[in-house]
Design a protein around this ligand. Structure first.
Ligand code: OAD
Length: 244
């Protein structure tokens, strides 16, 4: 288990900062986490809804679930944790990268630009059947599933589901950043994530191989807390502004 760290992370002109966020960072904005209360939706397990198999067997149900999530996220605003990370990016520029597992778009709303949305984006759809590029889509559906206007095929949320591969370009972006960080001192910070979904949960190990000082901010100790040097227990909306 990591120890309770000092209350501020040392960041100077030599620091490269890699951040990784999960659902906990958006909790204070009003978006339910996956593995806390509300891990089930209408009695369906999240793993079943967010999977290619779930979509095959009942696309209308999957769209009802993602419509619900779009409705919730549309009403939410970034919180102080999102803003603290955006402010740090403004300060560090190219020496900053934010990798998020969240699909809610709140980091971008807060002003984050050097952002890797590892699991996709809730307000983007794509055609499951043709090569049309993913497109912005804020629509919600009560019954049935939408069809592609170009080929008549099935539209789906542009989300990385269970059993699907992450975007290879995202790994390249992260690796390139870690390569550049060799010039300075690397800090890795994870916040609001239960550390059970890989490969995101393994990023701390990669960062350590690159010599990173590692920090974790979470309301309770998650699965992979022992992999971090510093563990700060608390809500990200309170702790991130203080730490950064
Ligand atoms: P989880 O729901 O698994 O974990 C959220 C973590 O945040 C838990 O450890 C909570 O204790 C913590 N937490 C809750 N409120 C917090 C707060 N205010 N401040 C700090 N921490 C808080 O969410 P993720 O780890 O993001 O994948 O889940 C990973 C992936 O699993 C998701 O991206 C999603 C899901 O399946 C896909 O959609 C592909």
């Amino acid at each position: 288990m990591g120890k309770q760290g000092p209350m501020r992370i040392h960041i100077d002109g030599d620091t490269y900062f890699l951040a990784m966020t999960g659902a906990g960072v958006s909790a204070e904005s009003g978006i339910p986490t996956f593995r806390g209360e509300g891990g089930l939706w209408e009695n369906h397990s999240f793993e079943k809804l967010a999977s290619p198999e779930g979509f095959e067997s009942d696309p209308a149900l999957v769209w009802r679930f993602y419509s619900h999530r779009r409705r919730v996220a549309r009403e939410c605003r970034p919180n102080a944790g999102h803003h603290a990370l955006a402010a740090l990016e403004r300060r560090l520029g190219e020496r900053f990268l934010l990798v998020t597992q969240n699909v809610d778009g709140l980091h971008r709303d807060a002003g984050s630009e050097r952002l890797v949305e590892l699991h996709g984006n809730l307000f983007t759809s794509r055609c499951a059947d043709c090569a049309r590029a993913p497109f912005e889509d804020r629509a919600v559906f009560g019954n049935g599933a939408p069809r592609c206007e170009e080929c008549g095929g099935r539209l789906r949320p542009h989300i990385v589901w269970f059993g699907e591969r992450l975007n290879a370009e995202h790994f390249e972006q992260i690796e390139a950043f870690l390569g550049r960080a060799r010039r300075g001192r690397l800090v890795f910070l994870a916040a609001g994530t239960s550390g059970v979904v890989f490969p995101a949960a393994g990023l701390v190990d990669v960062a350590r191989q690159f010599g990173a000082e590692t920090w974790l901010v979470n309301v309770d100790p998650p699965e992979n807390a022992h992999r971090f040097e510093h563990f700060v227990q608390g809500r990200s909306g309170e702790e991130l502004p203080r730490l950064l």
